[in-house]
Design a protein. Structure first.
Length: 531
C-alpha cells in the first residue's frame, strides 16, 4: 500500500485491477426479478402535492416492517448462533426483493453492526471465518466503515490529527474489501452499496461514490437509500453543491413509479440549508428551509429538527404539532411523546435563580439601542465540540435579541457588530471596557452587552440539567455598568425522555424571560425607538 497526498491508496496497477474486477463482476451479476410495485406509486410528477402524499404513505408503510430485534441479534452474535442471524437477514432480504417497502428495515438491520451498539470486532471476525456468507461480510464491512468515521472524529480536517485520518483510511480500506466480498456473493445487497458510497467519499478506495451508486441502481433501480446516501455526499462540505443535490434528485424521478419515496429526495438540498441556518440561530430562514424540504414529503428527522427550531424560536404550538406528526410515524418516540403534550417542557419543575443589579443612574444613560458584542462560554465539553459551542453562542445571542425586543429596545444587527469587532461575536475579551465602548460607538449603540456561560450540562448524580449565565450591559458613553445579572437554572429530567439540547435551550429561554421581567420592572425610564 502506498501513501499519496497524505492518504493511503492501493498501487495504481492493483487499484485498476480491483476496480475493473469489481465492475465486471457487478455487470455480470444481473438477472430478472419480479418486484412488488407499490399500489400507490405513480409516474405523474405534475402534481407535487399528490406525490408528497404518496411518499408519506410509503414512509408510514415502511416503518416497523420486518425489523430485526437489536438485542436478539447482539445476543445471537455473542453466542455464535450465526445460522439464526443469517436466517433472519436472508428472510428480510427476500422480502425486500419482492417489496421495496422493506428497504428501510434492511438498511437499519445492517446499521446495528457498529462499535457504539456494543458489537465486538472479534465476534464479527469469528462469524466471517465460520460462514464466510454475504451477510457476515456485509456486517463486518459496515462495522469497519463506522469504526473509521468514529476514529476520525467530527472535527474539521485541519483540527484532526494526521494519525486519526490515516487510521480512518486503514479501516475503510478493510471495509471496502469486506463490502466487495459481500456484493460479489450477493450483488443485490443495497446496504453494502450505501456504506461503499460513504467510505469512498471520505477515503481513497478503488471505487468512487458515483460508481458505487451506478452499480446499486443498475442492479436494483428501486433503491431509495443508495440514492439518499449519494445526495448526502453531494453536500458542499464533500466537494459538491446544493445545485448538484437538487439536479440529482430530479433525475431520480424517472423511477418514482417503482418507489414513491424518491420524490422526497428533492427536499434534501433545502434540509441541509436549514441545518446551516439553525446553527447560526437564524430561525426564520431555518424554518423556511425545513418547510420547503418537508413539502416534498415527511422525514422523521427533519420533522424533529423543525420542531426544535420552532421551540427555540418560541413557537411552542407549532413545535408540538410537529412532534405529534412524528408520533404518527413513531408512536413510541420518547422525545415526541414528551413534547407533543400541551405545555411540553413547561410541565417540568424548573428551579430558576437570579441576582440582578440595575444602576440608579440608568435613566441618565439614555440607552435606546444595544450592541451584543460577545457571548463566550467556559464549558469544557463544548470546547471539545467547537461546532456545538458555536450553536450555543448563536442561540444565546438570538435570545438576548428577543429579550431586548420584548423590553422595547433596538439592537444593532449581528453582522454589523461582527464586522466592526473583527470577530464572530464570541472571542472579544469582556474585561476590556474601552475596547467594548469603541465597538459600541462605531456600531451606533448606546450600550454594549457581553455575556458568558460558565457552566452548563447534566449532573448525573442529581438527575438534573443545569445552566449558568452571566450578562451585563455597559454604557458606551461612560463605560459604567447599566445593569448586570447572574442567572442560574436547573431542571430534573430523564435523559431518555428529552433531547439534552432542548432541555438546555429551555433553561436558557426561561432564564432570559425571567431577566426580561426583572428589567421591565426596574427600568421605567425607557422609550421605544425604532431601529
Amino acid at each position: 500500500m502506498e501513501k499519496a497526498g497524505g492518504l493511503y491508496t492501493l498501487p495504481i496497477t492493483a487499484e485498476s485491477f480491483m476496480r475493473a474486477r469489481f465492475i465486471i463482476l457487478f455487470v455480470l451479476a444481473t438477472g430478472s426479478h419480479m418486484h412488488f410495485i407499490p399500489q400507490n406509486a405513480s409516474s405523474d410528477v405534475s402534481h407535487p402535492g399528490k406525490q408528497a402524499e404518496l411518499a408519506n404513505i410509503a414512509l408510514k408503510q415502511q416503518i416497523g416492517l420486518g425489523e430485526v430485534n437489536k438485542s436478539e441479534i447482539t445476543a445471537l452474535l455473542s453466542t455464535q448462533q450465526y445460522d439464526a442471524i443469517e436466517s433472519a437477514y436472508v428472510t428480510l432480504y427476500r422480502h425486500f426483493k419482492r417489496d421495496v417497502r422493506y428497504e428501510r428495515s434492511l438498511r437499519q438491520a445492517y446499521m446495528l453492526f457498529a462499535p457504539r451498539e456494543g458489537i465486538s470486532i472479534e465476534d464479527l471476525d469469528l462469524w466471517v471465518a465460520t460462514t464466510a456468507s454475504d451477510v457476515a461480510y456485509a456486517a463486518r464491512g459496515a462495522y469497519k466503515a463506522r469504526l473509521g468515521f468514529d476514529v476520525r472524529g467530527g472535527k474539521t480536517i485541519d483540527k484532526t490529527p494526521r494519525q486519526r485520518i490515516e487510521d480512518m483510511h486503514r479501516y475503510h480500506t478493510d471495509a471496502f474489501k469486506d463490502l466487495q466480498m459481500a456484493i460479489e456473493k450477493n450483488p443485490g445487497l443495497m446496504p453494502a452499496y450505501v456504506d461503499l458510497i460513504w467510505i469512498s467519499t471520505a477515503s481513497s478506495i478503488p471505487i468512487t461514490p458515483r460508481e458505487a451508486l451506478d452499480m446499486a441502481i443498475h442492479h436494483d433501480n428501486r433503491t431509495y437509500y443508495a440514492r439518499r446516501a449519494y445526495v448526502d455526499v453531494l453536500h458542499p462540505k464533500w466537494g459538491g453543491s446544493f445545485r448538484q443535490m437538487s439536479d440529482f434528485a430530479k433525475g431520480s424521478l424517472k423511477y418514482i413509479h417503482l418507489n414513491p419515496r424518491l420524490w422526497s429526495l428533492q427536499g434534501m438540498a433545502y434540509a441541509y440549508r436549514a441545518m446551516d441556518y439553525d446553527e447560526e440561530a437564524d430561525y426564520t430562514n431555518a424554518i423556511s428551509m425545513y418547510s420547503a424540504a418537508l413539502a416534498f414529503g415527511d422525514d422523521v428527522t427533519l420533522l424533529k429538527n423543525r420542531a426544535a427550531v420552532y421551540y427555540k424560536s418560541g413557537n411552542i404550538g407549532k413545535a408540538e404539532a410537529d412532534y405529534r406528526r412524528v408520533l404518527y410515524y413513531h408512536p413510541t418516540d420518547s422525545t415526541a411523546v414528551a413534547f407533543s403534550l400541551p405545555g411540553g417542557l413547561d410541565r417540568l419543575k424548573y428551579d430558576l435563580r437570579e441576582s440582578t443589579y440595575v444602576s440608579p443612574s440608568i435613566c441618565e444613560m439614555h440607552i435606546k439601542r444595544y450592541a451584543i458584542v460577545t457571548v463566550e462560554h467556559g464549558v469544557d465539553w463544548l470546547k471539545k465540540r467547537p461546532d456545538g459551542g458555536r450553536v450555543v453562542i448563536y442561540n444565546n445571542i438570538a435570545k438576548i435579541e428577543r429579550m431586548l425586543e420584548g423590553l422595547g429596545f433596538a439592537y444593532v444587527e449581528r453582522s454589523k457588530v461582527v464586522a466592526i469587532a473583527g470577530t464572530e461575536g464570541r472571542s472579544v475579551s469582556a474585561t476590556n471596557p474601552r475596547y467594548l465602548q469603541e465597538v459600541g460607538r462605531k456600531s451606533g449603540a448606546d450600550a454594549v452587552i457581553v455575556a458568558t456561560i460558565p457552566a452548563m450540562g447534566r449532573d448525573h448524580s442529581k438527575g438534573v440539567y443545569f445552566e449558568d449565565i452571566k450578562i451585563k450591559a455597559l454604557s458606551v458613553a461612560t463605560g459604567a455598568v447599566a445593569w448586570e445579572s447572574k442567572l442560574e437554572g436547573t431542571v430534573p429530567a430523564k435523559q431518555e425522555e428529552y433531547e439534552h439540547t432542548l432541555l438546555l435551550d429551555s433553561i436558557e429561554r426561561k432564564l432570559y424571560n425571567l431577566l426580561e421581567r426583572i428589567l421591565r420592572t426596574r427600568i421605567a425610564c425607557k422609550r421605544v425607538e425604532g431601529p
